[in-house]
Design a protein around this ligand. Structure first.
Ligand SMILES: NC(=O)c1ccc[n+]([C@@H]2O[C@H](COP(=O)([O-])OP(=O)(O)OC[C@H]3O[C@@H](n4cnc5c(N)ncnc54)[C@H](O)[C@@H]3O)[C@@H](O)[C@H]2O)c1
Length: 340
């Protein structure tokens, strides 16, 4: 049994507590949150676990810990990463690793220097729909993807109690908190590296967010693929809109819901063909699969997936979007990727 310390017991941390406790290969040995109310709520829901107000206090008190799952907001994580590395604890850290590319690169270097594994919580890779889309592309069921349109429209009321509230006041909330998943999915599913980004970000007049909640980007990949991306957290209809359509040499693949809804068609087909997918519990099923990959790595020595080093490439796409929007010019990914 992998003995796991969980830090950060907000919206996401509560998913993690459930997933770790339900795992047959792991045990939740302690919980951490500086907010007493969060600790109390977690103990009510998940049992009388040893509870601490900081990772440092937990590590000082607990001898028997094998790994850290970190689900605090992505701010000020360096001292926590250093403390985990000093104990050689593999880490599974929620996305985005940091709200600054240079800071994220520093965290990756700290872990690499100590030879400690750092996995990033990119759960959308583990959705059945994502895996099925990858199979359609790998099998070239409708040929090779040449261009795509990725649309994500959501009215995200950041004031709701069941949502985290720090995005209301941060810079570029849409990019760092949401588009990071979408950019990571593009790299993962197409297996191509981003080369160049042209982007504008802005805020609609009715926005609840202090900074830009709209992102429009044209992204070019090294295999020649171009993706037209439009994401918003302030789409002005409460019903969500999602479509990720890939135009391929023989037809299209289209995903029409965030957690499912996969179809394809050859050019002259009159109707879309639905791809059958297994039942899914949102935020839980795919997090279980992500956690299983972490346990397989730590316990069985399987290859590390979603490494911090790999994540830097998706963060570089965000950084390129920010610079492109500020300057009005296209930005090369190579020009923003940290060296070393
Ligand atoms: N992968 C996903 O699908 C997904 C979904 C939601 C959130 N997230 C990510 O999870 C992280 C947390 O988001 P959230 O929605 O749970 O936020 P939240 O604001 O709901 O909860 C964060 C919790 O962390 C606690 N905290 C603050 N500083 C801490 C510290 N130093 N040590 C331990 N705990 C600390 C806070 O008191 C709070 O209880 C973010 O990185 C976010 O982007 C990921």
């Amino acid at each position: 049994m992998l003995k796991v310390l969980l830090a950060g017991l907000g919206v996401r941390g509560r998913h993690w507590a459930r997933v770790i406790q339900d795992s047959t290969r792991a045990e939740l040995v302690g919980i951490v949150d500086p907010a007493a109310a969060a600790l109390e709520r977690a103990r009510d829901a998940f049992g009388p676990l040893p509870a601490f107000e900081s990772v440092f206090a937990a590590l000082a008190a607990l001898d028997d810990v094998d790994a850290l799952v970190l689900a605090n907001p992505p701010i000020g994580r360096q001292s926590i990463v250093e403390a985990a590395c000093a104990r050689e604890l593999p880490m599974l850290i929620e996305k985005p690793l940091a709200l600054d590319l240079g800071e994220a690169a520093r965290l990756v270097r700290i872990a690499e220097a100590r030879g400690v594994s750092l996995m990033v919580g990119l759960n959308f890779r583990y959705l059945a729909v994502t895996q099925a889309m990858m199979r359609l592309l790998a099998d070239e069921v409708v040929g090779r993807a040449e261009f795509a349109r990725f649309t994500y429209e959501r009215w995200r009321d950041g004031r709701l109690a069941e949502l985290n509230d720090y995005p209301l006041v941060m810079q570029h909330p849409m990019l760092w908190e949401q588009s990071i998943h979408h950019f990571d999915l593009m790299r993962y599913v197409y297996g191509q590296a981003p080369v160049r980004v042209q982007c504008q970000t802005w805020n609609p007049s009715w926005s609840l967010y202090r900074h830009d909640s709209n992102v429009a980007a044209l992204i070019k990949f090294d295999g020649g693929l171009r993706v037209n991306y439009q994401g918003t957290w302030q789409g002005n209809w409460a019903a969500p809109g999602f479509e990720w359509r890939s135009d391929c040499s023989l037809g299209i693949i289209t995903q029409r819901e965030q957690f499912g809804g996969l179809y394809y068609a050859r050019r002259d087909d009159r109707q879309l063909t639905r791809v059958s997918l297994p039942p899914h519990e949102r935020w839980i099923s795919e997090t279980r699969a992500l956690f299983a990959a972490f346990v397989d790595h730590v316990v069985d020595g399987a290859e590390l997936q979603c490494s911090g080093r790999d994540h830097l490439m998706s963060l570089a796409m965000l950084q390129a979007c920010i610079e492109s929007s500020a300057t009005g010019s296209g930005v090369e990914i190579d020009d923003v990727l940290p060296r070393g």
